[in-house]
Each structure stands twice: as structure tokens, then as C-alpha cells.
Design a protein around this ligand. Structure first.
Ligand SMILES: NC(=O)c1ccc[n+]([C@@H]2O[C@H](COP(=O)([O-])OP(=O)(O)OC[C@H]3O[C@@H](n4cnc5c(N)ncnc54)[C@H](O)[C@@H]3O)[C@@H](O)[C@H]2O)c1
Length: 324
């Protein structure tokens, strides 16, 4: 009996990319998989039920167990429906992988209210909505006496955690929110035996990264392609498997590398005792502290150091990407 045999896993956005790879991997190791995906375009428009159904057909052809769900995670009733469908089809729900996302990248001065809301609705509210309805089901089972390992695996991004990218007010903020919510839910849901973790993939070849320079380059080394969506699947499967002890962790995955993301942490400090700071004291005090430079962080994420003229070059590059 494997760690996934007979466990039912609901994966959102599992019709393409990383979610699809997770669905194929988990079905291959014995899990029942609910493949959720409304089959929308990158910006969330349109829809195609065939996207989720194609993954289900692939799983069944290989001898696995899966059902399709074309609901939207951003829709409260849609999120409830996918949890209920999982339980109705397989008798219980053991894990949720919140993976769905859409992107609309635009400068803060151009991004519309709807474009902000739509991206946050899928990534942040969608993660909450599916986790909420799963938690409702798990509370009922727990009160009824069931003691089973349950898990939520959220999906964040370096744009939000390590190097928020220009043009991604909506996406970066939503991903940072997902990481914070992971900790909140890990602390809350342990009372029902639910572990909650988060993966943060990086440089995986999907339609979201199609425009990133170098993504289409073949793998340099012999071995598994480090940009294939399948690189995330073993870690995702481990984190939702019955034998995994981890909870409250945010782990970055890039190729074969896995890193613990420590999140915001307290840096250098200043103190005043018994009196309010004056502005001149603040200016003097803060100037002595080692402060992070967001431009240097971005340059580092792009693979180069910020040289003497680097800041100006980077500002020109950012403007070129954001302005018409
Ligand atoms: N590709 C990368 O390198 C990378 C990097 C960082 C984070 N991520 C994260 O990984 C996850 C998967 O991304 P991907 O690269 O595979 O993208 P993708 O576009 O290939 O797959 C995302 C899927 O989510 C689905 N989806 C969109 N809106 C939905 C909704 N309302 N309800 C349910 N499903 C919905 C889409 O139809 C799509 O099939 C996302 O959460 C993304 O933020 C990816």
C-alpha cells in the first residue's frame, strides 16, 4: 500500500502545465484525482471543458482513476461543487492542491480594477474558497470520529515571495497572500489533522512563462528537463501523501533544487526609549541600517549583479516592459 493508494486529491487548474503534471503523477502512484479546470485563457477569459476532460482521458487510458470538474475556483459555489463532487465520486477527500492561476501583467498606472480583481480572485480568493469548503468537509468528518491524514498544498510564486516582478501588482500580491494564508491554515487546521504547505515553482515551461527569455532552450545536461512541469510533481505528491509530517512550510522548486522560503523576517533594528522619534533622528538612524534594495534583488533574480550603471539600465528595461 503506497502513501497515495486510495487517497482522493482535488487539483485545481489541472488541465495544463504544473497542475496537469501533478494530476498525472498522483494518478500513476494510485491516487483518485479530481481534475479541475474550466480551460480558460491566460487572462481568465473564455473556457473549454475539454481541457480537464483530456487529462482525465489520459489518466484513465493509463489505468488510473479520475473525474473532471470545469468549475471556477473564484466562484464560491464552484469551489463548493468541486469538493462535493470529489466526495460523491470517491467517498472522501484527502487532499487539495490549489494550483489555478491567471495572469494579466500591466503597470500600476494602467492596470484596471477588473484586471486586479480577476487575478486576485483566482489565485488568492480561489485558494481560500476551495480550502474553506474542504475544511468544512474535514471538520464534519473529524467530529464524526474519522482520524485520517489530510493535506492542502498551495502554490505561490517567486513573484510575491522572493522577487516581486514589475507589472504584477495583482499576481505578486496574491501570491504573497497565498504564502501567508498557508501559515494561517496550517495553524488552524491541525485540529482536524490537516497539514498545509505551499510550493513556489520557478522557471517551469508553461504558457505563463512562454515569454521568459531562454525557456524554449533545450536542457543543457543529460537527465530530466529542469524546466518540465513534471519537476514539481514529486514534491507536490510527497507533501500531500499520508506519510508526510510537514506542515506550515513554503518550499521553492527550481529544476532539481528545493529551498525553504523563510518569508519576511526581521532585519536590522533601531530603538528609542520613552520619546517619539524626530524626523532628523530617523533620517540619521535609518541611514546606518543595511536596507534591501529592490532593484538589486530584481537584478539578482534576472541572473546579473547591479553594476554602476545597472540601476539606470534596469529602470529603462522595466519602463520598456510596461509602457507602450
Ligand atoms: N510556470 C512557472 O514557472 C510558475 C512559476 C511560479 C508560480 N507558478 C504557479 O504555478 C501554478 C500553475 O501555473 P502554470 O505555469 O502551470 O500555468 P498554466 O496556465 O499552464 O495552468 C494554470 C491552469 O489554471 C487554470 N485556471 C485558470 N483560472 C482558473 C479558475 N478560475 N479555476 C480553476 N482553474 C483555473 C487554467 O485554465 C490553466 O489550465 C500557478 O499557480 C502559478 O502561479 C508557475
Amino acid at each position: 500500500m503506497g502513501e497515495w493508494d486510495g487517497r482522493t486529491v482535488l487539483i485545481t487548474g489541472a488541465g495544463r502545465g504544473i497542475g496537469r503534471a501533478e494530476a498525472l503523477y498522483l494518478a500513476a502512484v494510485g491516487a483518485n484525482v479530481v481534475v479541475n479546470d474550466p480551460g480558460v485563457a491566460v487572462d481568465g477569459s473564455g473556457g473549454d471543458r475539454g481541457v480537464a476532460e483530456a487529462v482525465v482521458a489520459e489518466i484513465r487510458a493509463a489505468g488510473g482513476a479520475a473525474i473532471a470538474d470545469a468549475g471556477s475556483v473564484a466562484d464560491w459555489d464552484g469551489a463548493r461543487g468541486m469538493v462535493e463532487r470529489a466526495v460523491a465520486a470517491f467517498g472522501d477527500l484527502h487532499a487539495v492542491i490549489n494550483n489555478a492561476a491567471v495572469e494579466v501583467n500591466r503597470a500600476v498606472d494602467r492596470l484596471t480594477e477588473a484586471e486586479f480583481d480577476d487575478v486576485v480572485a483566482v489565485k488568492l480568493k480561489g485558494t481560500f474558497a476551495v480550502s474553506h469548503w474542504a475544511a468544512v468537509h474535514w471538520r464534519e468528518r473529524h467530529v464524526a470520529g474519522a482520524r485520517v491524514d489530510r493535506a492542502i498544498l498551495n502554490t505561490a510564486s517567486g513573484s510575491g515571495l522572493l522577487n516581486p516582478l514589475p507589472g504584477q501588482s495583482n499576481y505578486a500580491a496574491a501570491n504573497a497572500g497565498v504564502a501567508a494564508m498557508t501559515i494561517v491554515h496550517a495553524l488552524e487546521l491541525s485540529r482536524f489533522g490537516v497539514r498545509v504547505n505551499c510550493v513556489s515553482p520557478s522557471m517551469v515551461r508553461t504558457r505563463l512563462t512562454a515569454a521568459v527569455p531562454g525557456m524554449d532552450r533545450p536542457a543543457a545536461d543529460f537527465g530530466p528537463d529542469p524546466r518540465d512541469p513534471m519537476v514539481v510533481a514529486p514534491l507536490a505528491a510527497y507533501l500531500v501523501g499520508a506519510g508526510c509530517p510537514l506542515t506550515g512550510q513554503v518550499l521553492s522548486v527550481r529544476g532539481g533544487g528545493i529551498a525553504v522560503d523563510n518569508g519576511w523576517s526581521r532585519g536590522a533594528e533601531l530603538h528609542t526609549d520613552g520619546v517619539l522619534w524626530t524626523e532628523s533622528e530617523l533620517a540619521a538612524g535609518l541611514s546606518t541600517l543595511d536596507l534591501p534594495d529592490p532593484f538589486a534583488t530584481l537584478a539578482d533574480a534576472l541572473g546579473g549583479a547591479l553594476g554602476a550603471s545597472g540601476r539606470a539600465e534596469l529602470e529603462t528595461m522595466i519602463a520598456a516592459g510596461l509602457d507602450d
